[in-house]
Design a binder for this molecule. Sequence first.
Ligand code: SIN
Length: 286
Amino acid sequence: MTYRNIQVRQFSGAGGAEITGVDLASASDDAIAEIQRALAEFLVVTLPDQPLDDAQLARFTSRLGPFGLEPFVEGDTTHPNVIAVIKEADEVRRLNFGGNWHSDWSFLETPPSYTLLHARQLPPYGGDTLFANQYLAFESLSEGMQTLLKGQRAIHSARRPYGPQSHNANGKHLRSMKIKTGPEAMAEYSHPMVRRHPVTGRNALFVNRVYTIRLDDMTEAESAPLIGFLTEHSIRPEFIIRVSWRPQMLTIWDNRVVQHLAVNDYDGHRRELHRTSVLGEAPVAA
Ligand code: SIN
């Protein structure tokens, strides 16, 4: 694909591209359209050296679409649609935000299409974010398994991380983030296990170990072997896109077709990134 308004360099076999040659605070409509094309092609894009404040990050986000919903986390920034993702230096041996493989807010009727994360303060080493390409996860399954999954739906719920019995409710999470827990996290939502991307038309696996509870019309015990297999399969090394942060770098991912995980390997150092999301559509079955 040709890009006229931005430079695009793929950095990983499973996708992921670095975009340069654009200032997001003043990008043209053509450049924004090309960033969205690059997202469709590479799933995850990084934009180094973008010194955005919260208002600029929010303004850029709204050029990609309406803001997504942000349940269970209070923003704690200078803009209502921007969330601070923080781990303090003294928060050691604690679960970090986003530290298990997931797709953002997949328990919502309309999970985000894109998530944006902007680096504000980074540890001297570590703190990378890993992404797993879910097109590849689906396409590498056998034909038989693909056919079986295409007809299936699964239940997603926020209850494991945000329910009354969750690690967040029990104080095992970070103190530095304002996480809300409660019975509303017990709500369940059914989504197709394989979703078709509205732009590319490709099919992606849509199952993750944090929010996918069970198959529709099955118990958790009955579903566990298949969900366990799929969640292990979906993060195979050849599907991974690794983002190593630099100060003032913005990363955008297509949340419909990747899972991600924040690597928690920098105890004793502070990490702060600011996050927004774009409202997505209800997942459409393959
Ligand atoms: C998240 O899941 O949004 C957090 C990712 C990160 O902190 O790298």
